[in-house]
Design a protein around this ligand. Structure first.
Ligand code: ZN
Ligand code: ZN
Length: 420
């Protein structure tokens, strides 16, 4: 088995604020353009999406699915030869739990990965008795996270439970607004069953390594994509058996040689890295927030405390601490953003989009271009400045205006001198 890339958190067209293009055919296409071999289906709790999946995908390796050949054939014609590869689907879903615990309102997103439609239907039958799973692909249930985990362990013990984007302020296990200070507070006696957390776009492994309480926990990364072109912006590099169990073992054994590491955003590019108020255009570092007693200097209300602040608050290890078993990670910037910067144009402009697809057709999938393709080949097909951008990226040099309170950060690779 060669190493492969897995992105196991996305949403379907049945979730709020998600592109209508999130259908199996487009997922299959874009997984190949990105270089992803195993893609989460998202939203298996939604009856409409579940039905569409059952119509369009079929069993492949144990616990994994493939797009039916008659559908795949139609899409293949639109995929450049250079990007073609096998794509497998893994059944995933995310549940938004909103509930009271220890006298406070908690809002936590958790994911469940399942290895068959039988497991999915067992879970869905139970969840449908608890709340409405039809209105949204990411259902909102008044169900305690610990209770959700208990249900999964009872009805589908082979499945894997993963707290989603563990640090986002509004909807996560450690979130500053409505989360907890420890996994134990959230999951009680079932905490030993939490072996894996998703770090989210605004945090990277070094930020998580500063918490001793996470030392035995595997950190994974996924895109949480709401449109096809965002697939793989964060993902996992695995070198395990291509099967549900292979992937589950690689994650839960944690630091096994089957899990090579994660592909990450620069966390400052995430939407909740710094603190602040988007509406007031106030962005604060954690120190600045403390100096203002947590209040917005513009409107006087409490600011949204971001992920950097929150990880620091819960950390008990110094900056730069790396546990013995900390996995490698690679910080990347989407190729369209590099192209947009080089050309001084927006990411959705015709020129940038054409250049993007031209490069994929010439060189291969995006993640391969960003990580592996020789710079000389990038220069030949994308020009000298783009090759320099990729070189700087690989060396870890990015200049970022950090994101805050729902506003993405802005990354630049090139200085005015580079352009000269
Ligand atoms: Zn979520
Ligand atoms: Zn404000």
């Amino acid at each position: 088995m060669k190493p492969f890339i897995a992105d196991l958190h996305i949403h379907s067209r049945f979730s709020r604020a998600v592109s209508k293009d999130m259908v199996p055919e487009n997922l299959y296409r874009w997984a190949q353009l990105k270089g992803i071999s195993v893609l989460g289906t998202g939203d298996f709790t939604h009856p409409g999406w579940c039905l569409e999946l059952q119509e369009k995908i079929e069993p492949a390796e144990p616990g994994l699915y493939r797009l039916k050949p008659e559908l795949a054939k139609k899409v293949d014609a639109e995929i450049p030869e250079s990007c073609r590869g096998e794509v497998r689907f893994l059944l995933t879903s995310e549940i938004s739990s909103i509930y009271k615990r220890y006298g406070r309102t908690r809002k936590v997103h958790n994911m469940i990965y399942a290895s068959s439609f039988t497991e999915v239907s067992n879970l869905n039958d139970k969840l449908a008795q608890i709340g409405n799973i039809r209105s949204d692909g990411r259902p909102i249930l008044g169900l305690d996270s610990e209770e959700l985990l208990r249900i999964m362990l009872e009805l589908s013990p082979q499945s894997l439970f993963v707290p989603a984007h563990a640090w986002t302020p509004h909807f996560s296990v450690f979130g500053a607004n409505s989360g907890f200070d420890s996994l134990e507070e959230c999951f009680g006696e079932l905490t030993p069953h939490i072996k894996v957390i998703e770090t989210g776009l605004s945090s990277d492994p070094p930020m998580n390594w500063r918490l001793s309480q996470l030392e035995g926990i595997t950190l994974i990364s996924n895109s949480d994509a709401h449109s096809p072109s965002k697939l793989g912006r964060e993902c996992n590099v695995l070198n395990c058996d291509l099967s549900f169990e292979g992937i589950k073992q690689a994650f839960t054994n944690g630091f096994s040689p089957q899990f090579l590491g994660t592909i990450e955003f620069f966390p400052a590019e995430g939407k909740y890295y710094y603190d602040g108020h988007r509406n007031c255009q106030i962005r604060l570092t954690p120190e600045e927030t403390r100096a203002h007693q947590g209040m917005c200097p513009e409107c006087g209300k409490m600011v949204t405390v971001g992920v950097l602040h929150r990880t620091e608050a819960l950390s008990d290890q110094p900056i730069g601490y790396r546990p013995e078993k900390g996995l490698p990670y690679w910080s990347l910037v989407p190729l369209v953003e590099l192209l947009a910067e080089v050309r001084g144009a927006g990411v959705n402009t015709k020129g940038v989009q054409e250049a993007y697809h031209h490069m994929l057709a010439r060189l291969g999938p995006e993640l391969f271009i960003l990580r592996e393709i020789p710079l000389a080949d990038i220069e030949e097909n994308g020009g000298r400045l783009l090759a320099l951008s990729v070189q700087l990226l690989r060396e870890g040099h990015a200049r970022i205006d950090p994101g805050y309170d729902g506003e993405f950060g802005r990354v630049r690779m090139l200085s005015p001198e580079d352009r000269d």
